[in-house]
Design a protein around this ligand. Structure first.
Ligand code: SF4
Length: 452
C-alpha cells in the first residue's frame, strides 16, 4: 500500500500553561499520520512563537525548544509528504502577524479550489511564500477578520470560500478555534483535561495526554475556546457527511474512535466480511503491518483459521508511503518488513493487506513471503478495488496508475504472483462501521464523489 497525505492536527488551550509540552505528546500519538515534518506554535502573553522542522516529532523538538515555546495555547501539526516536497517552509503551523494580531493555522486535508483562490488573492496584491494550502487558508481568515466581529466568525466566513476536505486548528492572539469542513472528510475530536480543552485529529492523541474524550467536531461546525470556555457554532452544519472511509481502513490508529465508531472494530468487521466472501483452505492467517493486522484477526475469528505474526516490522522507519518517488517506495518495503520464516515456511498462507494501489508494494510483499518459503499465498484485501483518484487530500493516483483500473482481478493475481486474490465488496462498506454517526466517502472505490 502506498497512500499519503493524511496529516494530523492538535490544539490545546490551558490557562495553567504547559501547552507546548502537551502538543508534543499529542503529535507523538499522531505521528502515524505524517512523518515528514512537524511543528508547534504557541501563544503566551499574546506573543506568538513557532518551531517547525523536517523529521519526526522526537527529532524536531528538544526539551529546551519546548520550554521556550511554552504558553496557554498551542497548536501542532504532523505533515505527510505531499506535492510541496520536503521543505521546512511548507511545514505547518503556518503563522502570520497582521493588523488584528497573530494567527497560526494547521490543517489536514486538501482545498480543491486553492489554485483559484490563490490567483484571486495574488491579483489583489497578496504575496504567498509557500505552496501550502494552509497559507491560503490563513490569508483568507486574516482578510475575513478585517470585516468580522471575531476570529471565529472570520474562520466561519473563510470556510464558505474553501471547497474540499479540511480539519483546521487555528490560533488567534486570544482564542483557539477548530473547524471541520461541511462533509467532515477528515476526523476532528474534542477532549478535556481539567480546565483545558483539546482538539485533535484522533482520540489516541487525547489518550496520550490523559484527556477525556468529549465529542467529535461535527461536519461544518466551528468550535472555539475563549477565556477557558468552549463554544460552538453549527450554522454551516447542513450538508451530508462524508468521512473518508480510508480513515477506518488505513489511516487512523486502531485505538482511535472516529464519529462514534471504533477503528479497531471496523477493521475486525472488514476481516470478517472477507472471510464470508472467500473461504480458503490454508494453514495460517497473517496481516501486513500495520493496517492489515486487525483485519487479519477479523478474518481468523470468522474463518476459524489460526492467526499468527507473519512479518516483523522495523519500527524505526516511517510507513512506506513516506517515500515520494517510486524507487524510494520500493526500497522502503524491503527495509521495513521481514517475513517470519518460522511462521510461513512450508505453509499455505492467507495474507490480509489493507489495499492495492499500484501493485508494486504488494508484489514485493508476496515476493518476500515466497523467499521465506510460503507454499501458497492467498492475498485478500480489506478494502474494495481502487478505481478512481481522490481529490480530497489522499494521493490516490490517476486511473492510469491504478492497477485495478487497468487489469482484471485474475490478471492482477498473475502479475502479483499470488495463488488467490480477492477484495472486500463495495456493499460491505455499508456494514463495517455500524456505530458511525457520519456517512462515508467511498469515491475512490465507487466514483461517487460527494463534492464535484
Ligand atoms: Fe477517502 Fe477515497 Fe473519498 Fe479520498 S476519494 S476522501 S481516499 S474515500
Amino acid at each position: 500500500m502506498a497512500l499519503k497525505e493524511e496529516c494530523g492536527v492538535f490544539g490545546i488551550y490551558d490557562t495553567k500553561g504547559g501547552c507546548a509540552g502537551s502538543a508534543y505528546y499529542g503529535l507523538y500519538a499522531l505521528q502515524h499520520r505524517g512523518q515528514e515534518a512537524c511543528g508547534i506554535a504557541a501563544i503566551n502573553d499574546m506573543e506568538l512563537s513557532c518551531h517547525k522542522g523536517i523529521g519526526l516529532v522526537g527529532d524536531v523538538f528538544s526539551e529546551e525548544i519546548l520550554n521556550n515555546l511554552d504558553g496557554v495555547m498551542a497548536i501542532g501539526h504532523v505533515k505527510y509528504s505531499g506535492t510541496n516536497g520536503k521543505s521546512r517552509k511548507s511545514a505547518q503551523p503556518l503563522t502570520l502577524t497582521y493588523i488584528k494580531g497573530s494567527l497560526a493555522v494547521a490543517h489536514n486535508g486538501n482545498i480543491i479550489n486553492s489554485a483559484e483562490l490563490k490567483r484571486e488573492y495574488e491579483h489583489r496584491g497578496a504575496i504567498f511564500h509557500t505552496s501550502s494550502d494552509s497559507e491560503i487558508i490563513a490569508y483568507i481568515i486574516a482578510q475575513a477578520r478585517l470585516h468580522s466581529d471575531s476570529a471565529q466568525d472570520a474562520v466561519k466566513q473563510a470556510m464558505k470560500r474553501l471547497k474540499g476536505a479540511f480539519s483546521l486548528v487555528v490560533m488567534s492572539s486570544q482564542k483557539l478555534i477548530a473547524a471541520r469542513d461541511s462533509h467532515g472528510f477528515r476526523p476532528l475530536c474534542i477532549g478535556q483535561k481539567g480546565d483545558a480543552y483539546i482538539f485533535a485529529s484522533e482520540t489516541c492523541a487525547l489518550d496520550s495526554i490523559g484527556a477525556t474524550f468529549l465529542r467529535d467536531v461535527l461536519p461544518g461546525e466551528v468550535c472555539w475556546v475563549s477565556n477557558g470556555e468552549l463554544y460552538s457554532d453549527r450554522e454551516n452544519c447542513s450538508e451530508k457527511s462524508a468521512l473518508c472511509i480510508f480513515e477506518h481502513l488505513y489511516f487512523a490508529r486502531p485505538d482511535s474512535i472516529i464519529d462514534g465508531q471504533s477503528v479497531y472494530e471496523t477493521r475486525i468487521l472488514a476481516g470478517r466480511f472477507l472471510a464470508r466472501k472467500y473461504t480458503v483452505d490454508a494453514d495460517v492467517v497473517i496481516g501486513v503491518p500495520d493496517s492489515g493486522l486487525v483485519a487479519a484477526k477479523g478474518y481468523s475469528l470468522e474463518s476459524g483459521l489460526p492467526y499468527n505474526d507473519g512479518f516483523i516490522k522495523n519500527r524505526y522507519i516511517g510507513r512506506t508511503f513516506i517515500a515520494p518517488t517510486q524507487s524510494e517506495r520500493e526500497e522502503a518495503v524491503k527495509i521495513k518488513l521481514n517475513p517470519l520464516r518460522a511462521v510461513v515456511s512450508g505453509k499455505r498462507v492467507v495474507v490480509i493487506d489493507d489495499s492495492i494501489v499500484r501493485g508494486t508494494t504488494s508484489s514485493k510483499t508476496i515476493g518476500l513471503l515466497r523467499e521465506a518459503g510460503a507454499k501458497e499465498i492467498h492475498v485478500l484485501i480489506s478494502s474494495p478495488k481502487f478505481i478512481s483518484p481522490c481529490y480530497y487530500g489522499t494521493n490516490v493516483p490517476s486511473k492510469k496508475a491504478l492497477i485495478a483500473c487497468n487489469y482484471s482481478t485474475e490478471e492482477m493475481r498473475q502479475m502479483l504472483g499470488a495463488d488467490t486474490l480477492g477484495f472486500l465488496s463495495l456493499d460491505s462498506l455499508d456494514f463495517i462501521a455500524p456505530n458511525s454517526q457520519c456517512k462515508f466517502c467511498d469515491a475512490c472505490f465507487s466514483e461517487n464523489y460527494p463534492v464535484a
